[in-house]
Design a protein around this ligand. Structure first.
Ligand code: SAH
Length: 237
């Protein structure tokens, strides 16, 4: 009997490769992340929750941190930058009220995770990253995962992406000290922009809404983002 059990155990393990076990494990962790970090903190938009349940966050995290992909924190992605904490990604996404027909601009591609979440929810995502290797890496990850509606550009997102403006919404995932005027200009009438503003480690997340040509501004959450980097010579802008 004992011998039979051992044979059965070996057979079960052999039929399921370590890679498959890991994938199943990440799927379970992803479900738990949505429940414990997002839903229990009060976020309810079903479309946003399903995007979080679908996108494999571990694919956007460097190998050495992969086991921590679903923990309740930001993680290093190299070059002194981070992939944001899942709750912050969820919160900012919900604030944009993404619609299936929207064209969205993201400033600060980083790992590409936020762009992938948006790609599940809107028609087109335009995302800009100022650190070239990060831009290239994010583009490769997004392509590998089959996201065809995300366009990644290497450059300074302070200036936005005028060729594709105006945008239904804009999300900024690095913190400038003041709100970049070009981004406000590239927001559509009726559009929403979510952006952390402030000095290092003392920032507030602001929501801007353009209504009848006027901007309404509200502070929604104290946050900690990496500072917005400016390309040389343009710091005076
Ligand atoms: N949204 C990212 C998190 C990015 S962290 C994710 O889901 O992983 C912020 C990113 O903003 C960093 O990668 C940083 O290099 C980038 N960044 C900083 N200043 C920028 C600028 N002026 N234009 C574009 N990207 C910028």
């Amino acid at each position: 009997m004992r011998r039979l059990l051992v044979i059965a155990a070996v057979w079960i393990c052999a039929s399921c490769s370590p890679a498959q076990t890991q994938v199943a494990d990440f799927a379970a962790q992803r479900e738990r992340m949505v429940k414990e970090q997002i839903v229990m903190r009060g976020l309810v938009t079903e479309r946003v929750l399903s995007a979080l349940r679908k996108v494999p966050r571990e694919e956007f995290v460097p190998a050495e941190y992969r086991a921590e992909s679903y923990t309740d924190k930001a993680l290093p992605i190299g070059y002194d930058q981070t992939i944001s904490q899942p709750f912050i990604v969820a919160f900012m996404t919900e604030e944009l009220q993404p619609q299936p027909t929207d064209r969205v601009l993201e400033v600060g591609t980083g790992s590409g995770y936020q762009a992938a979440i948006l790609a599940e929810l809107v028609a087109k995502v335009y995302t800009i990253e100022i650190i070239e290797p990060l831009a290239k890496n994010a583009e490769a990850t997004l392509q590998r995962l089959g996201y065809k509606n995300v366009h990644v550009k290497f450059g300074d997102g302070y200036k936005g992406w005028p060729e594709n403006a105006p945008f239904d919404s804009i999300i900024v995932t690095c913190a400038p000290e003041r709100v970049p005027q070009p981004l406000l200009d590239q927001l559509k009438e009726g559009g929403r922009m979510i952006i952390p503003v402030g000095i290092k480690f003392a920032q507030e997340l602001y929501l801007f809404e353009k209504k009848n040509g006027r901007l309404q501004q509200s502070a929604v959450l104290p946050v900690r983002f990496v500072p917005m980097i400016r390309s040389e010579k343009e710091d005076a802008n």
